[in-house]
Design a binder for this molecule. Sequence first.
Ligand SMILES: [Zn+2]
Ligand SMILES: [Zn+2]
Length: 347
Amino acid sequence: MTTIKDRFCPKCGKPSDADGLCAACRVADTPWAVCDTRVTSTHCPGCGATKQVNTWTDTNRERADLAPDLARSAVHFHPDVKRRSIAVSVRDLSANRSRAYLTITGILYGQPVEKECMVELAWHREQCDRCNRITGSYYEGIVQVRAEERDISPFEMQKAAAIATQIEDSLQQGGERLSFISDMTENRDGLDITVGSQHIGLLIVQGITAQLGGRYTTHPKLVGEKNGRQLFRITYLVRLPRYQRHDVVKLSRTYAEVEQADSRSVRVFDLSEGRNRAIKEEEIVRLVGNARNAEPALVAYVAHGMLGLLEPATGATIEIQERPWMAVRAGENVQVLRDGGTLVVVR
Ligand SMILES: [Zn+2]
Ligand SMILES: [Zn+2]
């Protein structure tokens, strides 16, 4: 039987509290921290993205901010090291070299340990996957936004562009780097959006039709083959409805404001009856204007179910029938559109 007093370190001969080497000799025998002499950081000069193994990630961290973490990545600890800590100071040598001085500390088998290392940081530049595709004019689809039998309005143009940009932002933030918009052009026919992936193309047309109405069709075209896989480029054609939201239209006996339109039916607010209803597109006699472009007219009086409106252009008073939905008092403004000599009060 051995007792505690019988245990001696076979290396230094001092009493040991464990079988085999004493703590000091175990520490001396253990390569507890190893430093790589050099680590490389690859970043894209175009967009600043950084590459880890083979994956690019967007970052807005600067080199000075990245350097300490990069230097720490050069240190490999023995798993038994507790309370690890690495202090780093970095000196830039050139545009593509820095030198990091590391002071590494920890606790190993109850003994504090400390070590110093010097690590070369290499700043490597490489064009990222996304910038490579954009500069190479690579794309997977084109979204074409058009309107049915009319020009696309400036509002729709702006709205469609904003929807597309917002979808790109959220995909990029979610790490879908190749879902980019490489070009967006307004032309006589409408808006063309060139996209880097089919996924973003689909999300854009879904977003636009959800907010502006209409429908979309997809037209794939075979453009080649890569590694035995067929490559398609897709044209996403958005057709915005003939009538848009807030359009004021003339029906046979009344005016109505369009709430929503798709290819078959139009939901309107009847400006005489003061209620919503669905009509067929054929019932529309003509377009008067859009309520977004209405102008204010002062209500001079309200009497006997009539409104006296000051005609904004001439100052003359024009009398029109009051409708319950208008809920207006003398001295207030209503919004009007002109249909020839008629003032049409809109919502
Ligand atoms: Zn010993
Ligand atoms: Zn890039």
